[in-house]
Design a protein around this ligand. Structure first.
Ligand code: GDR
Length: 345
């Protein structure tokens, strides 16, 4: 039987077809982060007009193609105004307090921005659609951290959650609300459960970039030591450029759904160190210290993705291997270190 929500969808999809001469409009929250950057590149390549929401304190993106709006997920009324102003066809919620370690120090802030923030945006989209009769698709950045102390391996869309940080709890809340808005209001709302994804644009506090940045500086003689925490943790690391394509594919599919995105390979921090330092003809054992201050009160020991649903339904595949990713980041950060050296930094 056709539900009122489905009728609503059909009407609005037909209306959208009527404006096919206009390019699609996307709004990305968290646009100044790594994923926002790659997603902007991808959507602009697809002919979209792209708007980005960035926090007031964030440096503006240097990308002139991105239309910037200042604000964040703590202010629901601002989100409603923004949707009215931009009239997006697709909303990608990439904004969050995304540092897992920091979430132990800022649990309430993390819950507010990463968890409730997603709800504020979902509610703003729902109200905007109701008032304007427009049809808006919604993407939520869910995380492999939700699997935490994993209940089975590899993890797929049906694997139970077992969070190990305030960050993971907040992401589960946002994930469940996205599902709830899809079921309760018939919204086209999808979650991508993305495993770790890295690149030369990764923030320097995440472990991969911290390692490649330090290795480059050690190689040119600008740094002597590197302090890290737990070297035994293992992650399923992929290339961020591949993962934003999966986000977009989810919103182009006929039906909204949730998908696990990852490579299906897992490697420890030690293996990442091996890969990067040996590529730069260094031995990491000579430079790395283990500092307890980087250990977390609870750790996610190992995760590994079963992305077979995304491969089957979305025809999504990762294109960059673990080794290629480590080398891409090492090459980039060696160049950066050489520039630092020239500039005397
Ligand atoms: P993660 O990424 O917590 O998996 O979340 P991160 O790179 O911070 O940590 C990965 C693993 O490395 C260990 N580790 C260290 N981590 C950091 N940051 N700094 C260190 O010095 C260090 N030493 C060891 C950590 O203990 C951990 O086991 C990332 C984020 O992008 C999330 O927002 C996202 O949801 C998930 O990936 C998928």
């Amino acid at each position: 039987m056709t539900s009122p929500q489905n009728v609503y969808h059909t009407i609005n999809r037909t209306r959208q077809k009527g404006r096919s001469y206009v390019s699609q409009i996307a709004l990305i929250t968290g646009a100044s982060g790594q994923d926002g950057w790659y997603l902007t590149d991808w959507l602009i390549g697809q002919g979209y007009e792209v708007h980005g929401l960035i926090p007031c304190r964030a440096p503006g993106s240097g990308d002139a193609r991105l239309r910037l709006h200042y604000g964040d997920l703590s202010d629901g009324s601002n989100l409603i105004q923004l949707l009215d102003e931009i009239q997006p066809d697709e909303v990608y919620n990439l904004a969050a307090q995304s540092y897992v370690g920091l979430s132990f120090e800022l649990p309430v802030y993390t819950g507010d921005v990463t968890g409730l923030g997603a709800l504020r945006l979902l509610e703003a989209v729902r109200l905007h659609m109701k008032r304007t009769g427009r049809f808006v698709k919604f993407y939520q950045a869910s995380s492999s951290e939700m699997f935490g102390k994993v209940e089975e391996s590899p993890q797929n869309e049906r694997t139970p959650f077992h969070p190990r940080s305030p960050y993971a709890c907040a992401k589960i809340y946002a994930h469940l609300q996205t599902m709830n808005y899809r079921e309760a209001y018939g919204m086209f709302a999808c979650s991508g459960i993305l495993f770790n994804h890295e690149s030369p644009r990764r923030g320097e506090n995440f472990v991969t970039r911290k390692i490649t940045r330090a290795a480059g500086r050690i190689k040119v003689g600008l740094q002597e030591r590197l302090s890290l925490g737990n070297l035994d943790a293992s992650r399923d690391w992929g290339f961020a450029g591949d993962y934003v394509r999966a986000m977009w594919l989810m919103l182009q599919h006929d039906k909204p759904d949730d998908y696990v995105i990852g490579t299906g390979e897992t490697h420890s921090i030690r293996e990442f160190l091996d890969e990067v330092f040996s590529y730069l003809e260094l031995d990491w054992h000579d430079y790395v210290d283990v500092d307890p201050k980087y250990f977390r009160p609870a750790e996610v020991d190992i995760v590994c993705a079963d992305a077979s649903k995304a491969k089957r339904v979305l025809k999504w595949e990762p294109t960059i291997s673990f080794r290629e990713l480590a080398r891409m980041m090492a090459d980039h950060d060696l160049e950066l270190a050489q520039r630092d050296l020239r500039l005397g930094k």
